[in-house]
Design a protein around this ligand. Structure first.
Ligand SMILES: Cc1ncc(COP(=O)(O)O)c(C=O)c1O
Length: 412
């Protein structure tokens, strides 16, 4: 691996200071596979009657797993933002309280639908409340869903799979919080704890699933179905902005800042945003200073062939959901013409934003979820544009137990 051409960037990363990398490969010449997003959107719509039945909290959105877009004026003033600042409340997504509820749940639905259709128990025209029937649940109970996770993907997949009747095994990295494991065990999910990081947990899950023909492995490093589920967010956000009376065009740019771990969540959302807003949306990822795996993979063009450990970073961070050392094998390549840039944020800055958000708006999120706020510091010109709309994507938090939330706010 010849890293000499990237010496300067690597040295900047090694300082562990917050940095901004602007993507030189961004272009207006790209193609979006709208069919992938259509498929995911239609599948989620087919399952809406099921969700209304088993997760009554989704009734308010007619069985859609969607989160509010909240104007955060106090925070906007505190950060000196000239345009409008919104928080996308994926921390409050129903069912599993994180961005992972988008892609993770979608892929479990994909697997359930595929198996039920192969056994002629369901057709696309049925009322999908049929997934609550004993016949379908019995069938799904013969299959095991397997996943590797730092915590939140495991939560979304564990809860969804167990509810549908699947057996489910979640391989957790050492970063996963104890409460997430306990919650899953209460739902009869098998939780396997590993002393290694996310990549190791994924490898273990993949190996286990390969050995069992009745297993379905959800591959956070590679999955198109996860990606498609996240991408649906773009179309939904378009409606939400319209309802808010927000115009996005050449004179009114939209800036979106999304925390990034392995890349599937923010990558899928960016893909969907580009479909909906084209060149008028500017997407940035935020990663911990100790785990800038997507930045390193995209900037060097090595993608999953390089790990943050190869440049001496620890991959240890309080942002458990972002503690990923090696990025997805396909997301970075897919995003080369789409992504504006990636910025890094230290643990101290994450804690600072957790507290500031609470003080200004009384919103409590987990540390990973505040990473996007660094965008307003790293892009001062955008922050001073009175015509711009900014969205910080808050990616997790509502399921965090009260004691843990208090610990996050009072200090780590
Ligand atoms: C709270 C939170 N934010 C952001 C992410 C990043 O998603 P991805 O790993 O798909 O990049 C995660 C991943 O688990 C997460 O838990």
């Amino acid at each position: 691996m010849d890293l000499a051409p990237f010496k300067e960037l690597i040295e900047r990363l090694q300082t562990r200071q917050s940095i901004l990398w602007q993507n030189p490969k961004k272009s207006t010449n790209y193609q979006i596979d709208s069919q992938l997003i259509d498929d995911a959107e239609e599948r989620l719509n087919r399952f809406a009657p099921y969700f209304q039945k088993v997760f009554p909290e989704t009734k308010i959105n007619k069985g859609r797993i969607e989160s509010p877009l909240q104007y955060i004026q106090q925070m906007q003033e505190k950060l000196g933002v000239a345009g409008k600042l919104y928080l996308k409340r994926d921390d409050a997504l129903p069912i599993s309280g994180s961005i992972k509820a988008r892609g993770g749940i979608h892929e479990v639905l994909y697997a359930a639908e595929k198996i039920a259709m192969e056994h002629q128990l369901v057709t696309k025209d049925d009322d999908y409340a049929i997934f609550t029937s004993e016949r379908v649940k019995d069938l799904l109970s013969k299959y095991t869903i397997v996943v590797g996770s730092t915590g939140n993907l495991g939560l979304s997949i564990g809860i969804m799979s167990a509810t549908l009747g699947f057996k489910v095994t979640v391989h957790m990295s050492h970063d996963a919080k104890e409460w997430k494991k306990q919650l899953l065990r209460k739902m009869a999910v098998t939780v396997v704890e590993h002393s290694g990081d996310f990549s190791l947990a994924v490898d273990k899950g993949r190996a286990e699933a390969l050995a069992d023909p009745n297993s379905y492995f959800i591959d956070d490093e590679n999955s198109k179905q996860l990606f498609g589920g996240y991408a649906v967010a773009g179309r939904r956000l378009k409606h939400q902005l319209k309802t808010e009376g927000i115009v996005v065009d050449a004179n009114h740019p939209l800036y979106v800042y999304i925390p990034c771990g392995v890349g599937g969540g923010p990558g899928g959302v960016t893909y969907g945003l580009k479909e909906s807003f084209g060149e008028y949306v500017h997407c940035y990822f935020a990663e911990p200073t100790e785990s800038p795996c997507m930045l390193l993979g995209m900037a060097t063009g090595l993608h999953d062939q390089i790990s943050v450990k190869d440049i001496g970073l620890s991959n240890r961070t309080i942002a458990d959901g972002l503690a990923v050392g090696r990025p997805s094998s396909f997301v970075g390549k897919q995003l080369e013409p789409l992504l504006d840039g990636i910025m890094t944020i230290s643990d101290e800055q994450l804690s600072h934003f957790v507290r500031e958000l609470y003080k200004a708006e009384q919103i409590i999120v987990e540390p990973s979820a505040t990473a996007g706020f660094i965008g307003l510091k790293q892009l001062p010109e955008a922050a001073q544009n009175p015509n711009a709309t900014h969205i910080v994507w808050a990616t997790g938090g509502s399921m965090v137990p009260k004691e843990e939330q208090e610990k996050n706010i009072l200090g780590f």
